[in-house]
Write a protein that binds this ligand. Structure first.
Ligand SMILES: CCCCCCC/C=C/C(=O)SCCNC(=O)CCNC(=O)[C@H](O)C(C)(C)COP(=O)(O)OP(=O)(O)OC[C@H]1O[C@@H](n2cnc3c(N)ncnc32)[C@H](O)[C@@H]1OP(=O)(O)O
Ligand SMILES: Cc1cc2nc3c(=O)[nH]c(=O)nc-3n(C[C@H](O)[C@H](O)[C@H](O)COP(=O)(O)OP(=O)(O)OC[C@H]3O[C@@H](n4cnc5c(N)ncnc54)[C@H](O)[C@@H]3O)c2cc1C
Length: 644
């Protein structure tokens, strides 16, 4: 029987890495225990033959694909439950753990929303009594839920949602109703055929007063027959760009009654007589969205690491063209254009993974504060979650497409897995807060921060530099930190530009809303630059922090990956660096120097190492006074790949 022989080129590349792969694997997994956990789950999954398709999923009917996805989802959840019960340290909700397990089935799972939003909402918004009643059932999948917030007519504008939940004190019930077609819930994953419960976000009315959107836990299908309950209209919304097995559905209520106790009452309550007890903050209703946005940053990194692995491996084995007559066709990895496509995907997967971990730690600290009643960090974390979710998902999706294109025609095959990964990452750019809307949310925060900076008020950590840049600037030296300072200066410049834009439009007679809209392109740009500065700074600092406890060879490689990321984005945003003079800076020579990168390695995800002997080396000299930007690019030589 033919034994699958590993490609010679790949073997040669794999023999050339110069550092301990296991050490990097542990770094990516967050430590040796993380690697053990992951491998244990992967070993469980790889041996379950029902998880391997006899027939390509693309050749199945929609019904067969869905049934296949349900079967796999149940198997994976059982494996996850078994693993969680065996390893109490395995936090299913730590970024990517749960998502990664479910995504081992290739197609997105119809129970993704159950795990990704229904359970977290019970954790975050149900009272202790309600958790007592529902949490175990949800974790054991005795009930299967989804998160029904978006409606046909409204996704972004939550305050515009039309579904109503009107309290009836005579029966101590809420009456859920969909008054219009546009009020039908539209999109919730799993709603089509899978979920029998859901979190419904509706406008709460009591004693004829509207108290805004609140969350309710609603059973929509019979636990025995799985048929929709009377007063419920529910079904599948049909084919989409991707996510075909997410089972996205629609849901309409016809005066559907639920007990008072089904309003999630951790934050706000309605008493038996209909009196409304206000939450410490209306914003706490939005808590689940913040959690999912924080998780999306790590999930975006994970999906990109898969795509970068496929592209780099393919680039090692694909040979094409003959630059020198009579010579063997070179590996396409030797083309600098190919390196330019693939290396930034490798570096970005690491940048987003480390930034996602940093954001998760900040979120964990916030939830602890919220439990203590301290909401001080909520606005900054909301702004961070919004822009990082937007930029990470957009970068991931566009680099997945870049990786696909780098594989030529074979990248267009379903068997390449690029279409599935592209479909999943394209969804993240829109769901859980649409790209532009999220950046505008962050811009709200930046405009407030700028006003405080002008007043010399001490700012929260991620915007504190705005005060510095508005006063005398520190002398900049030519280090990677200089690039980070440069991004800070660019961010301040863009924030100032947007604030000035709003002021200009107001002075020309517009009210604030119209002035905001007229300046909104600049506001989006300011958020992008603020976010890019955070990713650059976090990537660099995390590498510096971890380098101290890792072997030198690995530290060098990771440092150069972060230098590649910084250099890449300076070039991508060189125009903004030119403009940086718009911020009142002292006359400081601002120099970047070439980052000699004799060797650079990286591993996109488990089992794969890219050994980059050097990267495109840039020397970027920027002088603020004369704003001359000179580049010199030193040619790089070989690229080779190793994997364990
Ligand atoms: C592994 C996980 C897989 C999961 C798969 C997920 C599948 C997809 C699921 C979904 O898509 S669920 C639906 C997601 N929907 C959204 O994200 C809706 C996006 N819209 C919003 O977030 C909000 O409506 C808004 C646009 C941010 C706010 O708009 P609005 O104009 O109504 O209010 P504002 O005046 O702008 O804001 C009010 C006030 O509240 C603050 N705030 C808003 N959102 C949050 C939040 N999430 N957390 C904390 N604070 C929030 C906002 O900053 C304003 O505060 P002030 O500036 O006035 O102090
Ligand atoms: C694959 C997928 C899965 C999903 N799963 C779920 C789910 O499980 N549960 C759920 O509740 N929802 C889900 N959603 C819905 C998702 O949350 C919404 O699609 C998203 O919030 C965007 O809302 P919308 O579709 O109404 O677009 P809109 O908000 O109508 O946006 C359309 C355009 O208008 C622009 N726009 C809107 N508001 C503004 C503004 N204030 N300023 C400037 N521009 C603006 C946007 O930038 C965008 O370009 C899912 C969506 C997708 C694609």
């Amino acid at each position: 029987m033919a034994v699958n022989k590993v490609n010679e080129d790949l073997l040669r590349e794999r023999a050339r890495y110069t550092f301990n792969i296991e050490e990097l694997t542990n770094f990516i997994d967050g430590g040796e225990e993380g690697t053990r956990n992951r491998r244990e789950v992967e070993d469980m999954v790889i041996h379950v033959k029902e998880l391997h398709d006899e027939v390509p999923e693309d050749y199945l009917s929609h019904k067969e694909r869905y049934e296949n996805a349900v079967k796999k989802g149940c198997i994976l959840i059982d494996l996850l439950k078994e693993h969680v019960l065996r390893h109490s340290s395995f936090d299913a909700y730590k970024p990517s753990n749960m998502y990664r397990v479910l995504s081992m089935a290739k197609e997105v799972s119809p129970v993704l929303l159950h795990m990704g939003m229904f359970v977290p909402t019970i954790f975050g918004q149900a009272s202790a009594e309600q958790q007592e009643e529902w949490l175990h059932k949800a974790l054991m999948l005795e009930i299967i839920g989804t998160y029904a917030q978006t409606e046909l007519g409204h996704g972004t504008f939550l305050r515009g949602l039309e579904t109503t939940a009107t309290y009836d004190p005579s029966t101590e019930e809420f009456v859920l109703h969909s008054p219009t077609l546009t009020s039908y819930k539209w999109w919730p994953g799993g709603l089509g055929q899978t979920a029998n419960h859901c979190i419904v976000v509706a406008q709460l009315y009591s004693r004829e007063k509207c108290y805004g959107v609140h969350a309710f836990l609603v059973q929509i299908r019979d636990s025995e027959t799985h048929m929709p309950l009377p007063g419920i209209k529910v079904g599948d919304i049909g084919p989409k760009l991707g996510f075909q097995t997410a089972n996205n559905g629609f849901l309409g209520f016809d005066h559907f009654r639920i007990p008072r106790k089904n309003m999630l009452m951790r934050n706000a309550q309605v008493l038996k007589d209909g009196r409304y007890v206000k939450s410490k903050s209306d914003k706490l209703t939005y808590g689940t969205m913040m959690l999912v946005r924080v998780m999306i940053v790590s999930d975006a990194a994970y999906e990109l690491s898969r795509a970068a692995t496929i592209a780099a491996r393919y680039s090692a084995v694909r040979r094409q063209s003959m630059p020198r007559p009579g010579q063997p066709e070179p590996q396409i990895l030797d083309y600098v254009t190919q390196q330019h496509k693939v290396f930034i995907a490798i570096a970005t997967s690491h940048a987003l993974r480390l930034t996602g971990g940093w954001l998760w730690d900040a979120y964990s600290s916030l939830t602890h504060d919220l439990d203590q009643g301290n909401l001080d960090q909520l606005p900054e974390l909301h702004a961070l979650a919004c822009c990082l979710k937007a930029i990470s998902s957009r970068d991931s999706n566009s680099l997945v497409e870049q990786c696909r294109m780098s594989c030529g025609g074979h990248g267009y095959m379903s068997s390449s897995n690029f279409p599935t990964i592209y479909g999943a990452t394209a969804a993240t750019v829109t769901y859980e807060g649409e790209y532009t809307v999220m950046l505008l949310q962050t811009a709200r925060y930046l405009m407030k921060a700028w006003k405080e900076a002008l007043g010399g008020i001490v700012l929260t950590p991620t915007v504190a530099y705005m005060v510095t840049y508005n006063k005398a600037k520190p002398a900049w030296v030519n280090t990677p930190e200089a690039i980070i300072q440069g991004f800070h200066a660019v961010a301040v410049g863009k924030v100032k530009e947007a604030a000035d834009g709003i002021e200009y439009h107001q002075n020309s007679g517009k009210d604030y809303e119209d002035a905001w809209n007229a300046a909104s392109v600049m506001l989006v740009k300011a958020s992008e630059c603020y976010c890019r500065a955070i990713i650059c700074e976090t990537f660099w600092k995390e590498i510096q922090k971890h380098s101290r406890s890792m072997s030198r060879n690995l530290a060098v490689v990771l440092q150069q990956l972060s230098e590649l990321y910084l250099s890449y984005w300076v070039l991508e945003r060189s125009g903004d660096f030119f403009q940086v003079r718009t911020v009142p800076l002292t006359r400081t020579k601002f120099e970047f120097v070439s980052f000699a990168s004799p060797k650079c390695h990286c591993q996109m995800c488990t089992g794969f190492v890219a050994h980059i002997t050097s990267v495109v080396v840039l020397a970027v000299q920027v002088s603020i006074q004369n704003l001359t930007l000179t580049f010199c690019t030193r040619k790089r030589n070989e690229f080779d790949i190793g994997s364990c």
